[in-house]
Structure formats: C-alpha cells, structure tokens
Design a protein around this ligand. Structure first.
Ligand code: FES
Length: 566
C-alpha cells in the first residue's frame, strides 16, 4: 500500500471544499450578470464577441470535465483503483464534477449575454423552444436539468437513501449523452480535429469502462446474493463465500447485510468505512466501546471498533489499519471494500464499556484511537474530568486527529513520535488522581507498559482492549488433552492436545458462535459449570472469570474434564 503524502488533507474533502468555493463564485457571477439593475450595464461593458467566445470555450470545458468525471465514476464502480489511488480518484471524480457544474453555469450565463446567439431566458429554460436548431437547444436544456439533479443529489447524498442517490446518479449517462449531442449539434467548434480526438478518446474510455463494469458486476452466483432492487449497477457484494478450512470457520452465522456507502482515507494506511442499512432503516443501537464483526469474502471474520456517534444510528463507521504482514483481514478490506458493496456484519458487541467514574485517562496508540473516540466523546459531553493522550508514529499515520482534538483541545495531547518524545508514562500515571479509570488501546508494547505502571497503583482501574493476541493466547491448541461435557447438548467430547476447545466442539455443534479465534473479540464466550479452566485470553476480567466465563477459542482446561453450559 502506498501512503498518502499528507493524509490530514483528505482528497475527497479538499476537492469538495474548493469545488464549492468555485461553484459559489460562479453562481454569484451569474446572479450579478443577470440581475436586472446591474446586468445590462455589466454586459454592455463587455464586447458581445467576448461573451460568444466565453460561451464556446466554457461549454467545451464543461463537456470535457463532465467526461472526465464520468470516467472517474466508472473507475470507482469498476474497482480498477484501490488504496490511496481510489481515494484520489474519488476526489477527482467529485472535484471535476463540481467544476463541470461551474463551467456549465458560466456557459449558460455567457450564452445569455452573447447578443448574436439571440437566446433569452425562455430558450434557456424551455427545451426545444428555439425555432432554429431546436434539437441542439433541447439537448442542452435537458442536459442542464439533469446536471442540476445529479449535482443537487450528490451534495445531499448523506441525506438520501442510498438506493435513491444511486439511481439518480445513473442519470449521469443520459446527461453525458445529451451533452455530447448538444456539443456536436450546436457547437461552432466541431470542425477542429482536437475536438474529434478528445471525443474519441473519452468515448472509447467510457465505453470500455462501462462494458467492463457490466461484465464484472454479475459474476456467477452473485446476483442471487444481492437483495432485489440492489442488483442494478452496484459492485459485487462483499459477502462471505466458501473458503479454505484454514481461513474460514465452519460455523454458519447470520448477520445484518449492510451497505458500504463511503470509504475514506483517514491517514496513512487507515481506511474508514461508512455502513448503512440498504433500505435506510435505523441500525441496532450501540454504546461507546462497542465493535462490529465483518464477515469478509474469504471467510475471515474481523472485529473493528465503532468510531462514529452512538446517537446517530443511521450508520456505523469503522476504520481499518492495513497491516501487510498481518493475517490478511485488513489487506482484504483495503483492497476489496468499495462503496456500494454489501457486507455481512455481526454485532454490535461491547467488551470495552464505559464504566462510571469521576475522572478518566485515555491512552490511545495508533489505530487504538478508534476504540476510544466514542468513549471520550461521551465523557466529554457529560462534562466529566478527563484527559486523552494520543500517540503515533507520525502525524500522517494518526487518524482522526482533528475529530479528537475537537472534543476539547486543552484535554487532548497528540504526541506524534517524530515530533515529540513519547509520553512519560511514569509521570502520566504517577500524577493520576486516585479513583481515575484508565482506558488504553493500542500496540501490545503500550498496553504492557501501561499495565505495569497501573499495577503499582491499585487505586486506579485499567480497561484495555487488544487488537492482536498475545503469545499466550493462541488458537493453535497446545496443551494437554482433556474432555469437555456439553451440559445442554448432553454429549462428551475429547479435546486432543493439538486442537482448540472451539475446534473440537464445532464438530458436534457447528453453529457454536465464534469470531476472531484469538481470544480478542469475546464471541465464543461460554460459562463453565464445573472443572477448572486454564484462561489464555487477555479479554476477560478477573470478575468475569470468577463468574465462570471462558473463551473457548484459546482457553483450555487444567482439570481432566470441563462441563460447559452448551
Ligand atoms: Fe473471539 Fe474467541 S472467537 S474471543
């Protein structure tokens, strides 16, 4: 994965900002020119020939920009771009599309102002109203209306059900066709060879991408997996498919089918996904600290913290750090997840809940900030005492810095490793008031360092969340053989030394719940009714363990037999 040089400037966001500024400027110019009081005076000062040249050039530029935006949109839809390239393509698609609107506005204004064209408001607004060359004029007016519809619905995209937006966005194709017809039939420049070459190039690229998109959109077996009404014009769904036994759990579990409506490059190698219900229905509510589990096409299941606003259940947001030498889940999300795909999601579940306290210290390392954001936001909105220390390799690798600082810049300490010394944990935890609850999420080294310091301060309480298993929490078995009795199923199973408890139980209970199989997510939690478990996870608290909880994916037995509530 190639990193973004300056990820704090989001390409798509930046494009929207400058495109809005240009659009506003162009609209103001149009209004100024058309205003009854000043309009004629302004127009009179400019030679009519200038308006005519402006009309021709702005029309051609708008047409080229529209073609470029269509190409960008098709590149996004065909999944021929990925990673930061994809985000830049998205920014380009949106920015160039907005510029096309700007130049169309300039074209309309200058057409109106150019006396020799003899076009009034009626010809500008009513299709086929011009006696000479009505087809060219009609195509132009209809294209302008379609462009307005596409532009407005794109700006209001977050407010619309995804399906409506998608269908309206497909109007871009007739819009571009009408714009081409208008350019060819009404233009005064169609004899220039450069125009022919540009139109040929744009046309070939669009046709190729559209054909590729249509062929790639319906691989065998895919259509049936997509709900009716969503099969038209969306990328292949990101749904689980059979995978090798090593990669995929054999359990069959259902979940919500959610739509990826947005992917955003948040920092170097950090991609966020926005998920909505396909029909726009509210999603299950969640509390700060919760995570969801994605079922990836390879069969992998991965858990990601929810880092959106828990009060807004129209959508979920997660952020994924790509780990090239990891177990493959993050790479699969980065290279495979696209807006418009469906993905199976389980949860939300919460093993990192916000506990009541009068004071909090949040320590986040790198992508660990995602587990902390909603918790810190809830504490900040409640007006409690809190401080957040956010460390990372460098500013470019740290996602959501602006969002986190916006909670309260005075309480958030951002520590990029290439700008400042790493936080002095001895001083930080040493100065923490008794009774403070410490939340920590990040790399193992950070968690261990915090854990060691908090161990010396029993009046503090530490809540931490891991993203990877520790050396003791492995899913490859390892240990003595033992027997497990499933109390409700009424069977006894041998667990050999080289298999995990979960693997052994699955043969009898294929639907037994599981997720990460690393002792991280808590999906395989069960209750021990008798026997002595050997806990190998880092998730369960001592209170959980005392209450009989056990994670079947990594933990084993010290006694010869365990009786589980299964
Ligand atoms: Fe995730 Fe066991 S499957 S903790």
């Amino acid at each position: 994965m190639v990193g973004v040089a300056e990820p704090s400037v989001r390409p798509a966001g930046a494009a929207r900002i400058w495109a809005s500024a240009l659009s506003a400027t162009a609209m103001l110019t149009v209004v100024a020119l058309m205003t009854r009081g000043n309009g004629p005076a302004v127009r009179a000062q400019i030679d009519s020939a200038v308006w005519w040249y402006l009309a021709r050039s702005s029309g051609l530029v708008a047409w080229v920009l529209l073609g470029a935006s269509v190409v960008g949109g098709l590149l996004l839809a065909t999944q021929l771009t990925w990673g930061c390239m994809r985000t830049w393509t998205q920014g380009l698609h949106e920015g160039v599309g907005a510029l096309a609107v700007v130049f169309t506005a300039i074209h309309l204004a200058s057409v109106l102002a150019a006396d020799q064209l003899r076009i009034g408001l009626r010809e500008l607004l009513v299709p086929f109203a011009r006696p000479d060359n009505p087809v060219a004029q009609g195509c132009g007016v209809l294209a302008a209306y379609l462009l307005t519809a596409v532009a407005l619905t794109s700006w209001a995209r977050a407010l619309l059900p995804w399906r409506w937006w998608r269908r309206l966005h497909l109007l871009t194709f007739p819009l571009f066709g009408l714009a081409c017809a208008h350019t060819v039939l009404a233009g005064s420049d169609t004899t220039y060879p450069i125009l022919h070459w540009v139109s040929l190039l744009v046309g070939v690229v669009i046709l190729f991408l559209a054909a590729f998109r249509l062929l790639a959109a319906r691989p065998a077996g895919t259509a049936a997996a997509v709900p009716t009404g969503l099969q038209e014009g969306i990328p292949a769904p990101l749904v689980p498919r059979p995978a090798s036994p090593a990669a995929a759990p054999t359990t069959v579990r259902t979940g919500m089918r959610l739509l990826i409506t947005q992917t955003t490059w948040e920092a170097d190698n950090v991609l966020s996904l926005r998920l909505h219900s396909p029909d726009g229905a509210p999603l299950p509510s969640w509390e700060p600290g919760a995570h969801i589990e994605l079922a990836l096409p390879s069969g992998r299941r991965r858990q990601y913290s929810l880092c959106s606003d828990p009060d807004d259940i129209r959508s979920y947001r997660i952020a994924v750090l790509q780990v090239p030498v990891g177990r493959g889940g993050s790479v699969e999300v980065h290279t495979g997840a696209r807006a418009g795909q469906l993905i199976t999601v389980q949860g939300p579940r919460n093993h990192f809940p916000l506990v009541p306290s009068t004071a909090y210290l949040f320590i986040a390392g790198g992508i660990g900030i995602t587990a902390m954001m909603a918790i810190a936001a809830r504490v900040a909105s409640a007006g409690g005492e809190w401080k957040l220390v956010y460390t990372g390799r460098c500013r470019a690798s740290m996602a959501f810095i602006d969002e986190v600082c916006a909670l309260d810049p005075d309480r958030v300490d951002v520590v990029p490793g290439d700008e400042r010394e790493r936080p002095d944990l001895d001083a930080l935890i040493g100065a923490t008031l008794p009774g403070t609850v410490i939340y920590c999420c990040g790399p193992d080294r950070l968690l261990q360092a915090v854990q060691d310091r908090v161990a010396a301060r029993p009046e503090l309480s530490l809540h931490s969340e891991r993203f990877t298993a520790t050396a003791t929490a492995t899913a490859d078995g390892g240990g003595a053989a033992f027997q497990v009795e499933l109390h409700r199923t009424e069977c006894v199973i041998d667990v050999p030394a080289d298999r995990t408890l979960l693997q052994a139980i699955r043969e009898f209970l294929p639907s037994v719940p599981a997720g990460c199989e690393q002792g991280i997510c808590g999906a395989c939690r069960t209750t021990v009714l008798a026997g002595e478990p050997e806990h190998r996870d880092q998730l369960l608290s001592s209170a959980d363990r005392a209450a009989g909880a056990m994670l079947m994916c990594v933990s084993r037995a010290r006694s010869e037999r365990l009786i589980l509530d299964l």
